[in-house]
Design a protein around this ligand. Structure first.
Ligand code: BTN
Length: 248
């Protein structure tokens, strides 16, 4: 069922009370030639996370996928994902929560001094295109908003638990406005991301299929890759190669 959600959003909004996955729906809309649509759901019955993981998405959260057809190369696509993490973190901070970004794109709350965290939001970006041109990109954002944290997997927290419920309509509007602003000013994404980064300055271990890397996270590149100072010198890791990052 598609109803008018009453948002003043920079995208047209397709709202569902319940859907399998908003990303799957965005992909379907992409094959129908649509663009600039935000698919929003109260509940997802088959929410998907990165690396084929399941994503728990009960009623009360903010589950939204934004389908666009930007004039970017696939190499610039990670900036779209970073733009979404900045958008989510800024909107969550407006709700009174000390949200930070764990590279590449998890929005988390720091816990204690040793780099530990609880996860508030994540992003799943999917796209299609040629080597030199993106045809469409669907940025799926999942924010644990008005949900009890104890109904979610270990390690998760929610806006409700940290600061109380948000008005989801206004909240989604802020996320979409911020995302729209950053995707239209891609050069401002990395500086904004740096300001909110939890990972920079941390000693981290990154699991990759090509082997683990341990070192201090010192910066991100213009394309959003992480620069790690290891014993053997600086190494650059792209988001797609990272299976897991943890502070050590
Ligand atoms: C992750 O941290 O692994 C990414 C989680 C992404 C979840 C969002 S919820 C909206 C959109 N639809 C999905 O099925 N997944 C993304």
């Amino acid at each position: 069922p598609t109803v008018e959600y009453g948002l003043e959003a920079p995208f047209s909004v397709e709202y569902h009370d319940s859907i399998g996955s908003t990303n799957a729906r965005a992909r379907e809309l992409a094959t129908e030639g649509e663009a600039d649509v935000a698919v929003l759901a109260d509940e997802q019955t088959g929410g998907r996370g990165r690396l084929e993981r399941a994503w728990s998405a009960p009623s009360g959260g903010v589950w939204v996928s934004v389908l666009t057809r930007p004039e970017i190369t696939p190499a610039q696509a990670p900036l779209y994902t970073l733009a979404a993490s900045v958008a989510m973190a800024r909107a969550i901070r407006e709700a009174g929560v000390d949200a930070r970004i764990k590279w590449p794109n998890d929005v988390v709350i720091p816990v204690g001094e040793d780099g530990d965290y609880r996860k508030l939001a994540g992003i799943l970006t999917e796209m299609e295109g040629e080597t030199d041109r993106v045809e469409w990109i669907a940025v799926g954002m999942g924010i644990n908003a008005n949900i009890d944290a104890d109904s979610l997997p270990e390690g998760a927290t929610t806006i409700r638990d940290e600061a109380g419920d948000v008005d989801r309509r206004l909240f989604v509007q802020r996320v979409l406005e911020e995302f729209d602003a950053y995707r239209n000013a891609l050069e401002s994404v990395v500086p904004a991301w740096r300001d909110l980064a939890l990972t920079l300055g941390q000693r981290v271990r990154i699991d990759r299929t090509a082997g683990d890397i341990v070192g201090e996270a010192v910066d991100v590149t213009d394309a959003g890759a992480l620069v790690v100072a290891t014993e053997d010198g600086e190494q650059t890791v792209s988001a797609g190669d990272c299976e897991h990052l943890r502070p050590v």
